[in-house]
Design a protein around this ligand. Structure first.
Ligand code: SF4
Length: 941
């Protein structure tokens, strides 16, 4: 029986291996359950099993399958008892040894959390020395040179001078604790292999191996020498230096018998960004019938989510198997928020911005604490609204807050309960309080008083248990994998030897975050059905008819880990550990292997100023050019999207319930004006009740200044109700004091250093306003009738009655006996109807009414106030506090008699259009400025 078998890259490896097993074992009635089959990874075993069971056609005792890691651990466990060491334990062991053996290395990084990046590097280096079985003699040279001094920081020279002693002490500790690192498992197995027997197996078939560590070679070579191992390679040693080395080591030749030309059809696509890459992949998939024999390879895991969202609904069954960085997950971002909230808190007070961010995180605000998810969501929204000042409760507007202050704010619970009642959900104050306490527990309380990894592990467990039981985390398989990993990390933290030692809380968080940052989750679906979405390494030993490779750019293909290692590169090279060269060859081999047997190859890359096409793709193109003896190859399609400016005609039909609701709704000038500008905006705002999200900000918005000025003027002039406003010396002398006091109360929660500027500007403007009030002929006021008063009224139009509410800022009786309604304006341009002559030409259509009437505010004030002041001459005006200009509803006495009927007719038209079941709420993008500031812009487009 051959001990070395080789097939070429364009042969189906799994089929060839199955042929070999059939020919040399099954056909000879050998018991294949006495075979061990070792692959580099786990997935190929599933494919081989499927092929074997098809060929055997009945139930059978399967060979034993191993990945190489499993096989090495299995082998060592025959010799000694051990557990696999957790990374954190290994880093801490390195830290402890460095402090003892070479304290200079730790100088300036005395805390474990500070030394962690170094510990990780040193541990990786020692692991590599072990995997590659680097002998102490080779290290002695390094030590000797380090004593003279490499041109590197002295602390690294110190580390290198002590590397042998550090490595030995590390091994001694691992052996003593029976807790082994990966490198030490391989090294110990290589050292012990001669003493291990494999009587349970007739043969061990090492399948499709490419690069082998020195320890792997030693282990496999021993089994090969005692006739236990069969090595089945794919590829030609003349093409791949790695295979040449292996052939030399095993004194064999690795050359396939059959050689045939690659015959795949090559399709190249130049995309311009990730989005266009995934949409290209979708277009390619749409043309493929056999998705079962199709693979999409993602060298960059960041493409996974965009790809799944692009093809998720159209690709039918698919399986994802690739290493995905945990730090890209929703759970990681939740931990980031939790840690940030702990970092920014002052004593027991949390920074409101972080508090809101934590509560609003999707996994949290959808926790099912009561029987309905909505209870948590509504409560979180109410808290958010209160903190942003949209609802007025004891916690409103605070920049820092205590958890108990929120828990004791019953107004919040009442607000939430009222909203829930509208949704037919019953909840009580104690129940809502329990929801909030649960949220506070998982987001804040659990993490407040941690002093050890043991404490942290307990908190993490409670946190994860709560998410598993009460959140939607389980609805997504991807999250489940991440949860599984987090539970593993919890166990790791609980079981590390220093679990109960005291650590600063910040250090615990830092170490935990570092652990998560480097964690890769492997998604491994069932690979036997549907489209496969794989990382490059997950394709090992597999073949597909259609191969789509995305991210065909340098930096991803190959993806080389060129970081700044602690150990200088020339030292790594002198030890024969140059991983970069090997990594490139391994990835090149995987790339060439997967495309060689395919029928259709689709390579997608990005073409833009920041990205270069992969060297692997360049090579293919070059080979094709050579073959054709021409520089021209088939044109590469440039991916492009045709973009059309959407002529937005979004519209919403009215339901009967909507019409009923619209009839009963109270209206206001603002609502009517909103409808005038855009019916769809009116629908979002007043029918669906969507609100513009306020931002918690230390900045001061114009709206807030407006509210402040209105409140201040109300308070200042309240003393003059029913009498003449005397703006005399005494009043003017008191004004700065009143302004300062009110300013301090209103803006105290905004801790901005430049607040005094705003106060100065307001003082200047309002002083001018008071002077104008005192001196202007236009402002001869006999008495102030009322200030900031809200009214509820009704208006009957064409047989229908509509409820209205309105609030007037101020109504004056002037010295000439007339009455003037005033509406203060602090900012934007004020809108009032055009004069009668122009209104007379107005069409009764919403657009025309919008352009002529502009705003119903003054006509409505006039209409309602006229009922009270029937005998008096009445007018209404917008009073601009900046320009001190008054814009009157009508300019000439008598004009109102013509103007008001037109305005009322227009109002009648608009209100009846609003309740007309046949009229849709249509988007009106005519006013660009309105759309630009529209909070529903993205809903509408
Ligand atoms: S974006 Fe423009 S058209 Fe769309 S709802 Fe808002 S205002 Fe109307």
């Amino acid at each position: 029986m051959d001990k070395i078998l080789t097939c070429s890259l364009n042969e189906n490896f799994i089929k060839n291996l199955a042929d070999f097993i059939e020919r040399d074992f099954l056909d000879n009635n050998a018991d294949i359950s006495r075979l061990a089959i070792v692959f580099e990874g786990k997935r190929p075993a599933l494919f081989l099993k499927k092929v074997l069971s098809k060929r055997i056609g009945k139930s059978f005792f399967s060979p034993t399958f191993f990945s190489i890691d499993e096989f090495i651990q299995y082998t060592l466990s025959k010799k000694t008892h051990f557990t696999k060491m957790a990374n954190l334990e290994s880093w801490h062991t390195i830290y402890t040894l460095a402090r003892k053996i070479a304290p200079e290395v730790v100088r300036g990084r005395e805390q474990f959390s500070q030394f962690l990046p170094w510990a990780r590097e040193i541990s990786n280096f020692v692991d590599l020395l072990d995997l590659e079985d680097i002998q102490p003699d080779s290290l002695k040279n390094i030590q000797a040179s380090a004593s003279i001094g490499y041109e590197i920081p002295e602390s690294i020279n110190v580390l290198l001078k002590n590397i042998i002693i550090m490595r030995d002490a590390y091994h001694e500790l691992l052996s003593k604790n029976k807790s082994f690192s990966r490198g030490f498992i391989y090294l110990s197995t290589a050292r012990a292999i001669q003493e291990v027997s494999f009587d349970e197996f007739d043969k061990v078939i090492f399948s499709s191996f490419f690069y082998m560590y020195k320890t792997e070679q030693r282990i496999i070579k021993h089994l090969y020498d005692i006739d236990k191992a069969i090595l089945f390679f794919q590829g030609d040693e003349n093409r791949w230096p790695i295979l040449k080395n292996t052939a030399r080591y095993f004194s064999c030749s690795i050359r396939p018998e059959k050689k045939k030309e690659n015959n795949y059809s090559l399709n190249l696509y130049a995309a311009f960004d990730r989005h266009s890459q995934v949409s290209t992949a979708r277009t390619i998939l749409e043309k493929i019938n056999k998705l079962d024999s199709t693979v999409i390879i993602l060298p960059d895991p960041d493409s996974m989510i965009p790809l799944l969202s692009e093809i998720g609904s159209s690709a039918g069954e698919f399986n994802v198997s690739l290493g995905y960085p945990l730090k890209r997950s929703l759970l990681y971002s939740l931990f980031e928020i939790i840690v940030r909230a702990q970092k920014t808190r002052k004593g027991r007070e949390y920074y409101t911005k972080d508090y809101i961010a934590a509560l609003s995180q999707p996994l949290i605000k959808n926790l099912k604490v009561l029987s309905d998810y909505s209870a948590t969501r509504v409560l979180v929204h109410k808290i958010e609204e209160a903190l942003l000042g949209m609802e007025n409760t004891p916690i409103s507007g605070n920049l820092f807050l205590k958890l108990e202050d929120v828990e004791n704010d019953d107004t919040l619970f009442q607000l939430a309960i009222e909203t829930l009642e509208h949704m037919d959900i019953k909840a009580s104050v104690p129940e809502m309080k329990s929801v909030l306490k649960q949220l506070h527990l998982v987001l804040f309380t659990l993490w407040q008083d941690i002093t050890s990894f043991h404490d942290f592990a307990l908190s993490l467990e409670t946190f994860l248990d709560t998410l598993v039981r009460k959140s939607l985390v389980g609805s997504y398989p991807m999250n489940l994998k991440i949860m599984e990993k987090l539970y593993e990390i919890r166990d790791e933290l609980e079981n590390i030897s220093f679990s109960r030692e005291d650590f600063a809380k910040e250090d615990i968080f830092k170490i935990f975050q570092e652990m998560l940052e480097n964690e890769i989750i492997s998604f491994s679906g069932s690979p036997l059905k549907g489209l496969q979405i794989l990382g490059m390494f997950e394709t090992r030993s597999l073949n597909f008819e259609n191969v789509i490779i995305m991210d065909g750019n340098e930096s991803q293909l190959p993806k080389l880990h060129i970081h700044q290692p602690l150990i200088p590169h020339d030292i790594i090279v002198s030890l024969g550990l140059d991983t970069i060269e090997k990594e490139e060859e391994i990835q090149h081999y995987l790339f060439e292997r997967i495309i060689s047997l395919a029928e259709n190859v689709h390579l997608i890359y990005e073409e833009n100023s920041q990205k270069e096409r992969s060297r692997f793709i360049e090579e293919i193109i070059w080979q094709r050019q050579k073959k054709k003896k021409a520089f021209a190859i088939e044109p590469i399609p440039q991916v492009s999207f045709s973009t059309e400016v959407l002529v937005t005609k979004r519209e919403i039909r009215k339901t009967t319930e909507m019409v009923e609701f619209l009839r009963r709704q109270p209206y206001s000038a603002t609502r009517i004006d909103t409808y005038l500008r855009c019916p769809l905006q009116f629908y979002y705002k007043y029918v669906l009740g969507f609100e513009e999200k306020e931002k918690l900000s230390e900045d001061i918005e114009g709206k807030e200044v407006g509210i402040f000025v209105h409140q201040l003027l109300k308070d200042l002039f309240a003393r003059f109700i029913n009498r003449k406003p005397e703006i005399n010396q005494e009043f003017c002398a008191k004004f700065p004091e009143i302004l300062a006091e009110k300013f301090e109360t209103f803006f105290s929660k905004k801790k901005r250093p430049d607040l005094f500027m705003l106060e100065k500007v307001l003082y200047y403007r309002l002083n001018r306003f008071l002077a104008f009030e005192q001196a202007s002929e236009e402002r001869r006021v006999k008495k102030i009738l009322y200030l900031e008063k809200r009214f509820e009224e009704q208006i009957k139009l064409s047989g229908a009655t509509f409820d209205f509410t309105y609030t007037v800022d101020r109504v004056d009786e002037r010295e000439d006996g007339s009455v003037l309604i005033l509406d203060y304006k602090t900012g934007s341009d004020a809108l009032r109807p055009q004069q009668t002559s122009k209104l007379e030409g107005m069409e009764f259509k919403r657009e025309s009414i919008r352009n002529h009437i502009k705003s119903f505010q003054l006509p409505l004030y006039y209409y309602f106030e006229k009922k009270k002041y029937q005998e008096e001459t009445l007018n209404a005006a917008l009073y601009n506090l900046r320009s001190l200009k008054l814009s009157y509803l009508y300019n000439k006495k008598g004009n109102e008699e013509k103007l008001m009927p037109i305005c009322l007719k227009a109002l009648d038209f608009i209100l009846h259009e609003i309740i007309d079941p046949e009229k849709t709420f249509i988007a009106d993008p005519a006013n660009e400025r309105n759309c630009k500031h529209c909070p529903f812009f993205y809903l509408c487009r």
